[in-house]
Write a protein that binds this ligand. Structure first.
Ligand code: HEM
Ligand SMILES: *[C@@H]1O[C@H](CO)[C@@H](O)[C@H](O)[C@H]1NC(C)=O
Ligand SMILES: *[C@@H]1O[C@H](CO)[C@@H](O)[C@H](O)[C@H]1NC(C)=O
Length: 319
């Protein structure tokens, strides 16, 4: 997410294109066995820490998945950096402020890995693996990961503000936000299924409660009780009816007009994505398959590789 100048974007694009031609992928030099010699146990360290965090608090699985999403759109761990004299961190960007969480879990994992293999495993790779392990811990599908992402030396709060989709977006706004990252409409719908886990703050759906008429009446009444017209901004509501289980309930909820965010319900509102929502609502295996392959694609967007970036020692700071 940190990419800033058009020339560095151009270099990255050219580089990625060349490798894409060579290997038929757009994931740079990422490989499955990247740490095989340098940190052979890194996966079990991450999985153990994620399982332990999720068993103390199931929502942490959702928070770790979202952290990786907000980092991607350029998976370079820029989302983890605190603000410095030189740049404003992404933690304070509008979609993130008071909202993204899970930094402690990432820091715990990083500390353990630094003890085993100092300076080897990137924070960006930790985020990618923790997101996958979180989905699995909550009953969702796994996918094959590749590694070798490096960490950015800067962050860009403006890019975070402009690239991350807002809950007020229309269907066409959602489609273009994802297509800007090379993710097509079907992938956008599958990835939105991440809202089968986790919670949202009242401030992100209050205007849906006030203005949308495509909202289930009994759902609206129950949700308004916890999200009044003024006050209670930080009150949480579940994004679907089974927020600690990674299943396809999100999509069946959309069909009964129980989407929590305006952007959620846009996926089933008489438009071009209704059919795919119905498919996922009636076939969880299809959703799992499509979600896993879209996650692989999102996880591999514009990584820093080779001699670009660095391996941070502390995920919150550049070295
Ligand atoms: C389609 C466009 C999307 C929009 C507009 C959107 C927006 C939001 C908003 C507003 C929240 C609540 C934040 C808060 O109250 O602080 C949220 C939560 C969440 N989002 Fe999204 N999101 C989108 C796509 C995604 C994607 C692609 C993923 C992951 C692959 C994802 C994963 C999550 C998760 C897991 C949560 C719950 C986090 C928690 O409980 O800590 N979202 N999203
Ligand atoms: C800011 O950037 C300068 C020049 O690149 C560098 O020397 C300095 O250490 C940076 N400061 C911080 C707080 O990162
Ligand atoms: C509202 O939700 C209930 C319970 O899920 C469901 O039976 C009903 O069909 C929904 N109404 C609409 C208009 O979808």
């Amino acid at each position: 997410m940190a990419s800033s100048t058009s020339s560095s974007l151009f270099k990255l694009a050219t580089f990625t294109l060349c490798l894409g031609i060579l290997f038929g992928t757009s994931s740079g030099q990422l490989t499955a066995n990247f740490y095989a010699r340098t940190c052979p146990n890194f996966r079990s360290v991450i999985t153990r820490a994620v399982n332990s965090a999720v068993s103390s608090e199931a929502r942490m699985g959702a928070s770790l998945l979202r952290l990786h999403f907000h980092d991607c759109f350029g998976c370079d761990a820029s989302v983890l950096l605190d603000t410095t004299a030189n740049f404003t961190g992404e933690k304070g960007a509008f979609p993130n402020a008071g909202s993204i969480r899970g930094f402690n879990v990432i820091d715990t994992i990083k500390t353990q890995l630094e003890r085993q293999c100092a300076g080897v495993v990137s924070c960006a790779d930790i985020l990618a693996a923790a997101a996958r392990d979180s989905v699995v811990a909550l009953g969702g599908p796994g996918w094959n990961l590749v590694f070798g992402r490096r960490d950015s030396t800067t962050a860009n709060a403006n890019t975070a503000n402009s690239n991350l989709p807002a809950p007020t977006l229309s269907l066409s706004g959602l489609i273009s936000s994802f297509s800007n990252q090379n993710l097509n409409t079907n992938e956008m719908v599958a990835l939105s299924g991440a809202h089968t886990i986790g919670q949202a703050r009242c401030t992100t759906f209050r205007s849906r409660l006030a203005n949308d008429n495509n909202i289930n009446a009994s759902f609206a009444t129950a949700t308004r009780a916890n999200c009044p017209t003024s006050g209670g901004d930080n009150n949480l509501s579940p994004l679907d009816a089974t927020p600690t289980r990674f299943d396809n309930r999100y999509f069946t909820d959309l069909i009964s007009q129980r989407g929590l965010l305006h952007s959620d319900q846009e996926l089933f509102n008489g438009g071009s994505t209704d059919a795919l929502v119905r498919t996922y609502a009636s076939n969880q295996a299809t959703f799992f398959r499509d979600f896993a392959s879209a996650m692989v694609k999102m996880s591999n967007l514009n990584p820093l590789t080779g001699s670009n970036g660095q391996i941070r020692t502390n995920c919150a700071r550049t070295n």
